[in-house]
Design a protein around this ligand. Structure first.
Ligand code: F6P
Length: 543
């Protein structure tokens, strides 16, 4: 057994450093006029501002030492080389290979994998082209106008987030297609969508890496019955109204997905990292293949920077180390993601899965129980809206919360020059001003107020650390880079904590015991359960 992290020299030095630095306020640290220059970086189209974090140059040096002791470089190299870094599932984690350009080469178990990856993109492109050209017709002969993605977790969150974020990039050819998402097990989103859709012109994507997820398969069966109820049991119904996306072609086959409408991914693509694969089909349908490829290219650029840049200029490494500092040394166990951009409304939810399903772990890769904290609780929402909701807690609540402010410098420069454009640009400026004002107030507290605030209930404590991440504008390329940046941040933190970020055993048992619970609910039996569950079952049985 190797040393536990907390026994490492750099860890203990960081603890000592933290106990000293806690005596210096964040407000005091920010009196240094060089603070922004010293703690901000520009790279890969981003400005990363760490100047409002509660740290000094010494903190960063000690964090680099910790990363060194945890062999971060070797772990990064192992991941990109295709080593089986997901040991509990004996798999590599090669989602970065999905963003390699066509001329690149990568071997996995003696097989070249970039060629099949691009063949899969070509198959996806052919389906997209057919739907954009209105050549895909339902069994009644009408062209498809509505596409419903049936998927959950990674098979929904990435595609939903990206199609929403980039809706301004829809090409003319995609304007007639409406993309919908339905994931909830109870069928509520699907029922709402079906009530508005025309079966003759609706196509479903069954998107499930495993093709066993009950939430998705039960929605798929409901969709099939809805189509049959209206169009009859037509022999081509499944062929013309369903596309399947999965790592298991045999399961798609058994369900009845036509071979030419099956898109496959590989077991080395984790669900929460799968939007780069054919799971991203809704993105490609909405934005077109060119923009989907720009998303991949942006992520690839970040992959290269992550592997090559020295740690002091490596955005993902810096974000990860600052997170470790907040969580493990300042005791801040929650991270709010606050995009000041309505287009990124789904980004906090997307990151919640990425971070918490990856790093919500309490044993290390050697099976030892950890004596230190790992993943923070991650939450958030569109910043300006959240100001009218949960910012009260950020400013005057009892706990320290770390925040990531995310904003674009420019907006609305490409829309026609009308009165509305001017107003929208003003709105954007107002949004940026709010973003900067809030992070400043969170840092300085009352010191940011123009006059003294004697009453206790009006006081702002300040001392809430935050990162501001900015970029020029939200393009497919930049969004790709943004997502990859957070992916790598999560990976670096896992390397330091010594955990496997690529498995998710904690979601399995709940699914399993739901089967017996459902059987008991139907059979009106409850004896084998704990008293609380017996009580809940009895309540339903009595109705
Ligand atoms: O794509 P699938 O196999 O339906 O899985 C959906 C989601 O369910 C999970 O396995 C968790 O239950 C996620 O990891 C995954 O993204």
């Amino acid at each position: 057994m190797s040393k536990l992290l907390t026994e490492r020299t750099s860890w203990q030095a960081l603890q000592q450093h933290a106990s000293q630095l806690k005596r210096v306020s964040l407000r005091e640290l920010n009196q240094d006029p060089r603070r922004f220059q010293d703690f901000s970086r520009q790279a890969n189209g981003f400005l990363l501002d760490l100047s409002k974090q509660h740290l000094t140059q010494d903190t960063l040096q000690l964090l680099y030492q910790l990363a060194q002791e945890c062999q971060l470089d070797a772990k990064i190299a192992a991941k990109f080389s295709g080593a089986r870094v997901n040991a509990t599932e004996e798999r590599p984690a090669l989602h970065s290979a999905l963003r390699l350009p066509a001329h690149a080469r990568l071997q996995l178990d003696g097989q070249e994998i970039v060629t099949p990856i691009h063949a899969s993109l070509d198959k996806m492109a052919a389906l997209v082209a057919k739907l954009h050209a209105r050549q895909w017709r339902g069994v009644s002969g009408y062209p498809i106008t509505d596409i419903v993605n049936l998927g959950v977790g990674g098979s929904e969150l990435g595609p939903l987030m990206a199609t929403h974020a980039l809706h301004e990039w829809r090409p003319q050819a995609a304007q007639h297609l409406n993309i919908h998402f339905a994931s909830t097990m109870d069928g509520s989103q699907l029922a709402t969508a079906l009530s508005k859709l025309n079966p003759k012109t609706t196509l479903f994507i069954i998107s499930s890496k495993s093709f066993t997820t009950l939430d998705t398969l039960s929605n798929a069966n409901t969709a099939l019955h809805w189509l049959e109820g209206s169009l009859g049991a037509h022999p081509s119904l499944k062929r013309q109204h369903f596309i399947g996306v999965s790592a298991h072609p045999e399961r798609m086959q058994a369900w009845g997905i036509a071979k030419e409408h099956q898109l496959t991914l590989w077991d080395w693509v984790g669900g929460r990292y799968s939007l780069w694969s054919c799971i991203g089909l809704p993105i490609a349908l909405s934005l077109g293949m060119a923009h989907f490829k720009a998303l991949l290219a942006g992520a690839h650029q970040l992959d290269l920077a992550f592997q090559q840049a020295p740690w002091q200029d490596n955005l993902a490494v810096l974000m990860a180390l600052v997170g470790i500092w907040n969580i493990n040394f300042l005791g801040i166990h929650t991270l709010a993601i606050l995009p000041y951009d309505g287009r990124l409304a789904h980004f906090p939810d997307y990151l919640a899965q990425l971070e918490m399903e990856s790093n919500g772990k309490s044993v290390n890769t050697q099976g030892q129980t950890l004596d230190y904290a790992t993943c923070p609780i991650l939450w958030g929402g569109v910043g300006p809206n959240a100001q009218h909701a949960f910012y009260q807690l950020l400013h005057q609540g009892t706990q320290r919360v770390a925040c990531d402010f995310i904003a674009t410098a420019q907006r609305y420069q490409n829309i026609p020059e009308t009165q509305a454009r001017l107003h929208l640009q003003n709105q954007h400026q107002m949004t940026l001003a709010n973003c900067f004002a809030q992070s400043r107030l969170l840092m300085l507290g009352d010191a940011a107020a123009p006059e003294p605030r004697p009453e206790a209930y009006r006081r702002y404590r300040g001392e809430q650390p935050s990162t501001t991440l900015m970029f020029e504008s939200l393009t497919p390329f930049q969004l790709g880079a943004l997502i990859a940046l957070y992916e790598h941040k999560v990976f670096v933190q896992a390397c330091i904590w010594g955990i496997n970020p690529f498995d998710q055993w904690g979601v399995e048992l709940g699914k399993h015991i739901a089967h017996s619970t459902q059987a008991a609910l139907i059979a009106k039996e409850a004896e084998t359960f704990d008293p609380s569950t017996q009580g809940l079952l009895a309540y339903c049985h009595a109705l």
